[in-house]
Design a protein around this ligand. Structure first.
Ligand SMILES: *Cc1c(COP(=O)(O)O)cnc(C)c1O
Length: 351
């Protein structure tokens, strides 16, 4: 126990709880990783790295990675801010852009890290409830606030809102920063990056962890106006100038440049998602219409926790939360077709 007088001076926070990373061999459908390896170009780039160079600091501006990302999104290199996974980028965004006495707004059911950063940085926040169908109620965001953030598609519901919906929120909030967390957008539809020219209050974040098969390399980025990217860089350089390793910079740039491989594998996951969703519905599961690389499902005759534990005992890991509103649901990452067949077979025997 820390003495009370010391405790009072320590910054404490209820931390984010990441999904389990089991040591034993399991079918891992619990943290939305990609079941396919990254592009062969990444392997080649990694093999060509010279460990002698690791004695030198990496490029603090992450030039080669920034250029590769800027090229595919048709934006300037001064509009891209890379970081150690999008969690790093999002955390710096909270610190940089949510700096008001008014509450930051994000949905009650969403990525649970938002609440942790708000608490850590002592940012006031409020969480408007999703509607009965787990949709964001945009009118809830038409009031004074200290900033807005939500994922699109939302997590863990997988529900994607189109660009008109985002524009309604952006245009009602000209004086607040609106962050759209696009961790799953490649599986869904158009990116809000196309709206950047029209809204100077928009920040879009994306990650290499899901659609780009590189969760282990830790690469994420924000795309916004040069002015807002400069603000992020100022905070980053006040913190840690060298966030991206040499290996991540080289491998990330190589991965982004292989667009054909990326597009093929995204399509493959979408096909597997659709097929799995149909099979589960056929077994009586109720699903949100997910546009991500996971499904969010419940069965009217079985408790969420019971299904979660049953699958875990069969060495199939999925995600479950005890939160009242979603405790009947499982979030199941879309794996390979073989993995989905095993999941479906196990559930079919049980329900
Ligand atoms: C996975 C995820 C992230 C962060 O991923 P990183 O691995 O840190 O890039 C951010 N937001 C949402 C909604 C996610 O699901």
């Amino acid at each position: 126990m820390i003495r009370e007088e010391l405790q009072k001076k320590i910054r404490t926070v209820e931390p984010y709880v990441p999904g389990e990373q089991p040591k034993e061999k399991v079918i891992k459908l619990n943290t939305n990783e990609n079941p396919y390896p990254p592009s062969p170009a990444v392997r080649k780039t990694l093999a060509a790295l010279d460990a002698d160079d690791f004695r030198l600091y990496p490029d603090p501006a992450a030039g080669e990675l920034v250029e590769a990302i800027a090229e595919i999104y048709h934006v300037g290199t001064d509009q891209v801010f890379p970081g150690v996974g999008s969690d790093d980028v999002l955390s710096l965004c909270f610190l940089t852009f949510f700096n008001s006495d008014r509450p930051v707004l994000f949905p009650d059911i969403t990525y649970s890290f938002y609440k942790v950063w708000a608490q850590l940085y002592r940012i006031p926040y409020e969480c408007p409830a999703l509607d009965e169908g787990f949709r964001i109620v945009k009118e809830d965001y038409y009031r004074e606030n200290g900033g807005i953030i939500f994922p699109n598609p939302n997590a863990p519901t997988g529900i994607y809102e189109d660009l008109d919906f985002l524009e309604d929120i952006l245009s009602h909030n000209r004086d607040s920063i609106v962050i759209i967390d696009e961790a799953y957008v490649d599986f869904a539809g158009r990116s809000a990056v196309e709206l950047l020219g029209r809204y100077d209050n928009l920040i879009v974040t994306q990650t290499f962890s899901k659609s780009r098969s590189m969760a282990g390399m830790r690469i994420g980025y924000a795309i916004s106006s040069p002015e807002l990217i400069r603000c992020l860089n100022n905070v980053k350089y006040s913190f840690n100038s060298y966030t991206m390793s040499r290996a991540a910079l080289a491998c990330g740039a190589a991965g982004v440049r292989d667009r054909g491989y990326f597009e093929d594998h995204v399509r493959k996951i979408i096909r597997t998602r659709k097929r799995t969703e149909e099979e589960l519905r056929g077994m009586g599961f109720i699903t949100t219409s997910s546009s991500a690389n996971f499904l969010f499902v419940r069965h009217p005759q079985h408790e969420g926790r019971e299904l979660f534990e049953k699958l875990r005992s069969e060495k199939i890991c999925v995600r479950h939360w005890d939160d009242d509103r979603i405790c009947q649901y499982l979030r199941i990452t879309v794996g390979t077709d073989e993995e989905m067949d095993l999941l479906i077979g196990t559930l079919r025997r049980y329900v």
